[in-house]
Design a protein around this ligand. Structure first.
Ligand code: S3P
Length: 164
């Protein structure tokens, strides 16, 4: 069985994914970690040294690779993964279940503000600029996430509740 989680940065894809995979007995793969392992470089350094377009091409190749090579897995994607090229089609084609972890802008902003450094797209923004950035960005991306077969409203719920 293949399950894919999608959603904006800081929506909990990795933490929910890791626990959910354990609960249902699937191998857990975090696409960002997979890219870092294959490339032997951090996402932050890939963005810095090679740029976002290079990263998006790599992300697409790694998505195809992990979804076709593995028989069964729970994959948590990067926040931008479903929003470029044919990636959402790839996700829908290769997965049995796809889940959008949905959260309001204010919650995402609150979480991102605490962990901006590792996120190349937001690390240069100050906290006052975050709400407008996240609001617009999520508006652009929402239609891609919403193509997932299932939308999970994550507002006010703990990781354990979401997994259940
Ligand atoms: C990105 C989200 C990041 C990572 C990269 C780009 C995005 O993953 O893939 O920095 O475009 O939203 P997380 O969603 O795990 O932060």
């Amino acid at each position: 069985m293949k399950v894919v989680l999608v959603g904006y940065m800081a929506s909990g894809k990795s933490s929910v994914g890791r626990l959910l995979a354990k609960e249902i007995g699937l191998d857990f793969v975090d696409l960002d970690d997979y890219i870092e392992e294959q490339q032997r470089q951090s996402i932050k350094d890939i963005f810095q040294e090679k740029g976002e377009i290079f990263f998006r091409k790599l992300e697409h190749q790694m998505l195809e690779k992990v979804l076709t090579e593995k028989e069964s897995l729970l994959l948590s994607t990067g926040g931008g993964t479903p929003c470029y090229g044919i990636n959402m089609d790839t996700i829908l084609k290769h997965s049995d279940h796809s889940i959008y972890l949905q959260l309001p802008v204010a919650t995402l902003v609150e979480r991102i503000a605490k962990e901006k450094e590792e996120r190349p797209l937001v690390k240069n923004l100050n906290n006052e600029e975050l709400p407008e950035f996240v609001g617009k960005h999520l508006f652009e991306r929402r239609s891609f996430y919403a193509r997932a077969k299932f939308t999970l409203d994550c507002y006010g719920k703990s990781i354990v509740e979401l997994v259940a």
